[in-house]
Design a protein. Structure first.
Ligand code: ADP
Length: 565
């Protein structure tokens, strides 16, 4: 018994020793684990501190540089106030520096929103065609300024109407293409393409589609070593060539963060001295069951005049899909001959689609011939890659009824063609008369800051449009309420104002019991960075936004578009 009990005791002792050792081991492991965690936390906080310090030093440098230019140039301008060319030169430099400063501030605000988790994505319906078109308007002039060739290709697109965040998508595209332009020499080549692929997961396949975007340039490129750091804030290639190119080193990290939020991907290939290629893929929900109905003259013939084969093939494929017959001519004279015969034999086509180029004459030359030959009512549609704002006057004078911009989207072509040939829109108006005649239109400009108000009034007044002002939202609502219906044609509304802000004012105007309260076009004037503001502005019933500080081009573009409708 004793022995047993002795053994028992021994065993117990042994057991408790083993237990104790086990516990100690566990504790040691726990301590080690805690140590590791503490070390990691310390490292993370040190890294964060380092990042903050480097952020602050980069920021103060990056803000100071353009600020110095602005202040220096202002002083030089003031001391040479009577020398027009000198002052002009100073003003141009101030403009460049302030644009740069603005983009820096916007980038920093975006970065801070992202890193604090305050950046939220919008979920709204948007048209891919409109988005790509808007984006092209921003980047094409940048490339043109450097005499670069800018090519854009649209591949297979399954869904044009998508749900997602169009403003942030545009920001991603503009950043990447903007860099391609920036880091490519004069007369270089920028190639951009868009296409879609279907979702592979069968559960999501019905609703989800991936947008694939590629931007290729033959610019200065990047080393393999730098590519590993390209998405880190403030990282820039550190060499002679780059130091002369303005930039903050924030664009790519914003792009990467936004793509992460969108569940998208980005890969970059690059070779120093040869160029770079950015591939982006983003999932979007497709809007289904909302197909627009186009009244296309199915079974009829369309005359297509275009010498560039790839363009003609694309138009041809789209129209055949809707059972239209195509007669394709590469020469203007062939088209005229064919049309003359068709007229004689009483088998006129339902429209002429004029392309980008003809082998023997300018596209608009053919438009004039056809207008003369076929009469006032014959529909002429121009599908081309031109700056419509610049060409509009000449095009309409030459007889063009409607314009469809390239890159070409099916829905735009169908909508324009059905508008011209279909039953519902037959009362074609002559848009020429209104182009420069702004004098009869009245704008309400709502802005609390006196200097900003003065600038905006000045920018708007050069068009001849009548401008009335209000100093806050309350005054704006009252001015609108006390005016006759249709008195104002457009409202430019600041957002942050005392007494009543822009959102509230827009909401109240929309709620007024009068017909024009629902239809008046309201443009929010927001700081570029606040994508969130734009979303709120839309929710308040505003139609679009222009960024502050206000840009003359953008304001005039809005006037041109809105007042002519
Ligand atoms: P930045 O404001 O300097 O352009 P980004 O974050 O947009 O900042 O880009 C980071 C850096 O990556 C750039 O400074 C440049 O060195 C490099 N980079 C980005 N895009 C390109 C490109 N297309 N070609 C060559 N270098 C590029």
């Amino acid at each position: 018994m004793e022995c047993i009990s002795h053994n028992d005791n021994e065993e117990k002792k042994e057991c408790s020793t083993v237990e104790r050792e086990g516990k100690e081991q566990e504790e040691i492991l726990q301590l080690r684990q805690q140590n590791l965690e503490l070390k990691a936390a310390l490292e993370a906080s040190e890294a964060e501190n380092r990042a903050k310090t480097s952020f602050l030093s980069s920021m103060s440098h990056d803000i100071r540089t353009p600020m110095n230019a602005i202040m220096g140039m202002t002083s030089i301008g003031l001391s040479h106030i009577d020398e027009k060319s000198r002052v002009l030169d100073c003003l141009q430099k101030i403009k460049t520096a302030s644009t740069h400063l603005m983009s820096l501030v916007n980038d920093v605000l975006d970065m801070s929103r992202i890193s604090s988790g305050r950046m939220t994505l919008n979920e709204e319906e948007f048209s891919l065609a409109d988005l790509i078109h808007d984006m092209t308007i921003i980047v094409r002039p940048q490339a043109a300024q450097k005499h670069q060739e800018f090519q854009m290709e649209i591949g297979q697109i399954y869904e044009e109407k998508l749900i997602g965040d169009p403003l942030h998508l545009r920001q991603i595209l503009v950043n990447i293409i903007g860099n391609a332009v920036k880091y490519t020499q004069e007369k270089g080549l920028i190639q951009v393409s868009f296409s879609q692929h279907r979702e592979k997961d069968p559960a999501k396949r019905d609703r989800q589609v991936w947008l694939d975007f590629c931007c290729k340039d033959n610019g200065i490129g990047m080393s393999e070593e730098f590519l590993k750091r390209i998405f880190i804030p403030f990282e820039r290639v550190n060499n002679e060539k780059i130091s002369r190119i303005e930039g903050t080193g924030l664009g790519m990290s914003i792009v990467k963060n936004l793509l992460d939020l969108m569940n998208g991907t980005i890969t970059v290939e690059s070779e120093e001295g040869r160029g770079s290629c950015f591939y982006v893929s983003i999932p979007f929900v497709a809007v289904t069951g909302d197909e627009e109905i186009y009244h296309l003259p199915e079974g009829q013939t369309v005359l297509l005049a275009e010498s560039v084969d790839s363009r003609a093939e694309q138009i041809d494929a789209y129209l055949r899909e809707r059972s239209l017959d195509i007669v394709h001519c590469k020469n203007g004279m062939d088209a005229v001959t064919w049309l003359t015969e068709a007229q004689y034999e009483n088998r006129m086509p339902c429209a002429l689609i004029l392309g980008q180029e003809l082998a023997d004459m300018p596209a608009l030359g053919l438009a004039s011939h056809v207008r003369e030959l076929a009469g006032k009512e014959f529909p002429i549609l121009w599908v081309a890659e031109v700056d419509w704002a610049q060409m509009e006057y000449r095009a309409v004078r030459s007889g063009v009824d409607a314009f469809v911009p390239c890159p070409l989207f099916k829905t735009r072509l169908f909508s324009a063609l059905s508008g011209l040939t279909g039953k519902e829109i037959k009362d074609k108006k002559d848009p020429v008369g209104n182009i420069t005649d702004y004098g009869k239109y009245r704008i309400l400009l709502v802005e609390d800051n006196e200097l900003n108000r003065e600038i905006a009034v000045e920018l708007l007044s050069v068009t001849g449009v009548q401008v009335e002002t209000a100093e806050n939202g309350q005054q704006a609502v009252e001015a609108f309420e006390n005016s006759e219906e249709g008195y104002y044609h457009l409202i430019f509304m600041d957002i942050q104002m005392p007494v009543m802000n822009g959102y509230e004012a827009a909401k109240r105007i929309r709620q007024l019991e009068r017909a024009d309260a629902k239809t008046i076009w309201m443009v929010a004037m927001t700081a570029n960075a606040f994508v969130e503001d734009i979303r709120l502005a839309r929710a308040a019933g505003m139609n679009e936004h222009c960024s502050k500080p206000v840009d003359m081009e953008r304001m005039h573009e809005i006037l041109r578009r809105r007042l002519r409708e």
